[in-house]
Design a protein around this ligand. Structure first.
Ligand code: FMN
Length: 205
């Protein structure tokens, strides 16, 4: 079996809340990406601080007319071999900070790119966000990968550094394995798309 080339995972988080949990989950995900020999670029809504959507980049007559911060963000997204979404769940749906980022871009960014989803909740929820996030990604031509990973009661399981509170527990092992699986599947699909694009060109319009 050939060795998979190192991929660039563009990892997008979903929260701007003070004391947010997203950083804890992000830390676990980045560790898994590194362990599997891949690279990553993080897009953090708090750092990027996008304004509420006024005009998506592909709606400008020319992209060079878009503000520089939006052109830069698109360049980051275009550099993705794969996406990894780290998402909380707000009222069972995609948190506004994440939806706002996604809505700034068109299918050219997501088309035929694999997208893993890792979700989480402070409580016993978090799994439902997938039902609104996956269709958003699909609408833009991306492919959400099937492996599911939801970390519920996240603050009880991960500390502020994103380390397991009880590293030897079966819970910790199960979460680590689910995160690894999302990354592995996403890398597999991403590589398949890369190979197919190389041999057969871009996805037809
Ligand atoms: C507006 C809002 C809506 C929420 N709705 C849900 C929900 O539907 N399901 C759930 O499990 N948790 C919900 N929560 C709790 C979140 O799981 C919790 O706040 C989590 O820490 C959010 O991620 P963050 O800390 O990265 O922002 C909600 C929180 C907020 C602020």
């Amino acid at each position: 079996m050939a060795t998979q080339k190192a991929l660039n995972f563009v990892t997008i988080t979903s929260s701007m809340r003070p004391g947010r949990m997203s950083d804890r989950v992000l830390a676990v995900a980045l560790k898994a990406i590194k362990e599997q020999g891949h690279d990553y670029t993080v897009m953090d809504p708090k750092e990027l601080n996008f304004p509420m959507l006024e005009r998506p980049i592909h709606w400008y007559p020319s992209k060079t007319q878009a503000p520089q911060w939006l052109q830069d963000a698109e360049a980051t997204m275009l550099s993705a071999d794969a996406f990894l979404f780290i998402s909380g769940e707000y009222n069972r749906c995609v948190p506004p900070a994440l939806a706002n980022i996604i809505n700034h871009f068109g299918p050219n960014v997501f088309s035929a790119k694999a997208a893993g989803i890792i979700s989480y909740s402070l409580g016993n929820g978090g799994a439902n966000v997938r039902f609104s996030l996956a269709p958003m990604i699909q609408e833009l031509g991306g492919m959400p990968t099937p492996a599911q990973c939801c970390i519920n009661f996240v603050s009880k399981k991960l500390n502020e550094e994103g380390e397991f509170q009880e590293p030897d527990s079966t819970d910790a092992a199960a979460i680590a394995s689910k995160v690894q699986r999302v990354v592995k599947q996403t890398a597999w699909y991403a590589s398949a798309f890369i190979n197919h694009r190389r041999d057969f060109g871009d996805l037809p319009n």
